[in-house]
Ligand binder design. Structure first.
Ligand code: ADP
Ligand code: MG
Length: 798
């Protein structure tokens, strides 16, 4: 894209914002003149004007922003700068504000949060971790409360045991809620498992602001949130299949595209499998589990590398975050892949848990009526934001010019030479007492540099993304005289690095980065650790042919060139041609990495569409049932008729025997059916259906009489229907999850596999509807009801 065009477009967008800014500034004097109580009164005025429909939120924006700006001056001693007001307008409009590190995004967000909370709906500020959510909440809460609104932290820190829905209601029953994407996502799933209206706790998702929006909805979005259910029935095929896969030859029996994470059997491979397992065709229906296991085993063996994608620790597979190189304790690959990796590494096979409820972050945020975001690095992801959410990114000017120097990459032939140069650089800065922040991709590298520096008598702080609170404190000190801080890319994020006076004079903070990260957005974010609010500072990245990006994404054969590699490294290091070559290789590898990341997210989104449409339907049906006072509105007769017809339709022209009917009734309608009381017309299909319907009504009436209380009977109906929906939906979610990985592996063309997935997903949804109806009827008839003293029902479902 053309840089100038971008700048021009941004300029036009900003111009409109400046008009609104002027209006807000015009209110400044007036607000200053108000007494505290007059200013506080404004909140009530605004609410009243909204309630009477005299004004919309958009109408109120200039005045409301001016009010909170003045209040902030009085309560927090901070007056929103003009550029912050610009960012705040963008966010009310549901777009993304790009504001550099240190520009004060936390304060900026108070404006749109205040404005939107005036509507009476709860509004959310969503950030990446508990520590940041709490920090920002505590800092801004006095402002909201002064203005007559309530604010809360949307989760309990380090809870001792499960949190009840009542406790959650207390957390969420506020005007402004600070929380994290993880907390909100899990609560969204839990809230949609509630079986009474009273136990729901999440407010309507009306308006939300996502801090560090690119890292939450792009980088963290790969792994969906999952609530696990019961362990799945374990396949015992892993070992046998592993032995088979060991006999296969690449290109002959299977093909793969490693960078795309695709691998598939050729015709020859399929033939081999048929022979090996002695089946007519492994792709035939009954062998689905076998095919699934072969694919899992192939993937585990060829697409996942030990030490790059995972390590083995204490007899378990520990996954490694591809972006940060950090270990991911507690996360497991879904749908059997973890087990296949365990088999590959000869570990004990662990339980594969079924998936009970799941959602991706992308979809979570789509549940909001409106959301917006802020980040220092949005522009580079604008296309994705637009494609995904139709959001534009507006670059807000910094309040002072950025004078940080982003130096050109320094190039090295291999890692050893590079690491020595990095250490030397740190030592040189340290000699002059200038602070250095050395950022590494992996925790291992950070530990290495920290140890090396200590052995050279350079004290340093090591931050490897373990304890956010302590790290925030440590990184805040990274701008002091002689400070040396070694950190992984995630450590201490969101914390402002202020410089001491002497450091300012010495040229500020220097950020050194040991290799390029998986995408240039992260690089930029890391450089931005220095040079905040017009501070002096420097940043520099070091590269070599051993870098992760090159190993993972490059197909360059440079390293394998024996003549070249025999050359004296000093000679190579001094050769500009060679250096340029390395630069190009690294750059290209990063580009591929970015593209692959984007494609993977795109595919994940495509796959997500089926499940999210279905989830939408189910959740809204559930809510309708929870909300309705009387479930008599459901036409049980016609549900029953559908169920009976569905079951007996294949019998239609055949003989339905008396035995068939009594068996069906015992299994589905009544334990105490006495067939002598009824006359069964063997051949009259319609009469049989009528008989079943009357039997159903009879049974329902018995239950109604037994409960003998209208309200409790409604409760019984509601719970029976919900139970039917939930049990079928939970199975469906798990099925879709497994289907996804199966289909994904079955075909090489992505388009095809997505198409096939949606088709099968839709069919299975229709089947699920039949299952739900069937279970509703069974639940209504066969449940055992315990009436409790506290006017509550305990129902034992069949
Ligand atoms: P960001 O999230 O954009 O990196 P922060 O929200 O952490 O920045 O703010 C950085 C620092 O600037 C904080 O110490 C904050 O208190 C301060 N700050 C923000 N806005 C103002 C303001 N208008 N006046 C004074 N200080 C401010
Ligand atoms: Mg911040």
């Amino acid at each position: 894209m053309n840089l100038n065009v971008n700048t021009a477009i941004n300029h036009i967008r900003l111009k409109k914002l400046y008009k609104l800014l002027n209006q807000i500034n015009n209110y400044s004097e007036e607000m200053k003149q108000l007494t505290d109580s007059q200013l506080q009164q404004k909140t009530l005025d605004f609410k009243q004007r909204l309630n009477s429909k005299q004004n919309t939120l958009d109408d109120l924006l200039p005045e409301a922003y001016a009010v909170i700006r003045e209040a902030s001056q009085r309560v927090l001693g901070m007056y929103h700068k003009d550029v912050q007001v610009l960012g705040a307008i963008v966010m009310h409009q549901g777009n993304i504000s790009e504001m550099q590190t240190g520009e004060g995004k936390t304060l900026t967000a108070t404006m749109p949060l205040y404005l939107n909370a005036l509507s009476g709906n709860s509004v959310f500020l969503i950030t990446t971790n508990d520590y940041l959510a709490k920090r920002d909440y505590l800092e801004m809460k006095p402002l909201y409360e002064w203005l007559g609104l309530t604010a809360s932290l949307g989760f309990i820190e380090n809870p001792q045991g499960p949190i009840s829905n009542q406790e959650k209601q207390a957390l969420y029953n506020h005007d402004i809620i600070y929380t994290t994407n993880g907390n909100l996502g899990f609560d969204y799933l839990i809230d949609n498992l509630a079986d009474t209206k009273e136990s729901k706790f999440l407010p309507e998702l009306y308006f939300g602001i996502i801090d560090e929006v690119d890292s939450i909805i792009l980088d963290a979005a790969q792994t969906p949130l999952v609530i696990s259910g019961a362990p799945r029935v374990q396949s015992n095929l892993f070992e046998i299949v592993k032995a088979f896969v060991a006999t296969l030859e690449e290109d002959k029996d299977f093909k793969m595209k490693k960078t795309k994470r695709e691998i598939w059997l050729t015709e020859e491979g399929i033939e081999k499998a048929n022979t090996y397992f002695n089946v007519p065709n492994i792709y035939g229906g009954p062998y689905l589990d076998l095919v699934r296991n072969i694919n899992l085993s192939l993937r585990a063996k060829y697409l996942f590398d030990i030490n790059l994608d995972y390590i083995v620790m204490d007899g378990e597979i520990m996954l490694i975050d591809r972006i940060t190189g950090r270990m991911l304790p507690g996360t497991k690959m879904q749908a059997g892949l973890n087990q296949a990796l365990e088999a590959k590494e000869n570990l004990d096979i662990s339980d594969d848990m079924s998936v009970m409820a799941t959602i991706t972050f992308q979809n979570l945020f789509m549940q909001f009526q409106r959301f917006s975001g802020m980040t220092a690095t949005g522009k580079l992801a604008e296309k994705e934001f637009f494609d995904l959410y139709s959001k534009i990114v507006i670059q807000i000017p910094t309040s002072r010019p950025v004078i940080r120097e982003d130096l050109a990459d320094r190039v090295f032939v291999n890692e050893d030479i590079k690491n020595d140069a990095i250490l030397e650089e740190v030592i040189n800065y340290h000699k002059e007492q200038r602070p250095v922040l050395l950022i590494t991709r992996t925790a291992e590298a950070a530990e290495y540099f920290s140890t090396e520096l200590f052995s050279r008598h350079i004290p340093n702080n090591l931050l490897i993304a373990q304890n956010v609170a302590r790290e925030a404190q440590m990184i805040a000190e990274a701008g002091q005289l002689s400070a040396v801080t070694v950190a992984t890319s995630m450590a201490g994020r969101g914390t402002d690095i202020k410089l001491s006076k002497d450091v300012h004079a010495l040229g500020g903070l220097t950020v050194l980065i040991n290799e390029h990260m998986e995408n240039s957005r992260v690089d930029r974010q890391l450089r931005g650790r220095a040079g905040r609010q017009g501070d002096p500072g420097k940043s520099q990245i070091f590269i070599s042919l051993d870098d992760y990006l090159v190993q993972r994404w490059s197909d360059s054969k440079l390293k394998d060139n024996p003549t070249l590699m025999k050359q004296d490294t000093d000679y190579l290091s001094d050769s500009p041609t060679f250096n340029n070559k390395i630069k190009r290789i690294v750059k290209k590898a990063q580009r591929i990495s970015e593209e692959e990341g984007m494609k993977a997210r795109e595919a994940a989104n495509e796959f997500e569409k089926s499940i999210s449409t279905q989830r939408q339907l189910i959740y809204s049906e559930r809510n309708r049932i929870l909300e309705s006072e009387h479930l008599d509105t459901l036409d049980y007769d016609s549900i029953a008729r559908d169920v009976f017809n569905h079951h007996f339709k294949n019998y239609k022209n055949k003989n339905i025997t008396e035995n068939d009917i009594t068996k069906y009734i015992y299994k589905n309608l009544s334990f105490s059916f006495n067939k002598d009381d009824f006359e069964i017309h063997n051949h009259d299909y319609e009469a049989i259906i009528e008989l079943l319907i009357s039997q159903f009504n009879h049974q329902l009436m018995l239950n109604k009489n037994k409960i003998n209380d209208e309200e409790l009977f409604q409760q019984f109906l509601r719970k029976s229907v919900l139970k039917a929906i939930d049990s079928a939906w939970i199975e469906q979610v798990d099925y879709l999850q497994q289907l996804k990985s199966n289909v994904n592996q079955r075909q090489k063309g992505q388009r095809n596999s997505i198409f096939e997935y949606h088709k099968v997903a839709l069919d299975s949804f229709k089947q699920m509807e039949d299952i739900i109806k069937h279970r509703i009827i069974r639940n209504l008839c066969l449940s055992i009801i315990d009436q409790q003293k506290n006017n509550d029902l305990t129902i034992h479902f069949p």
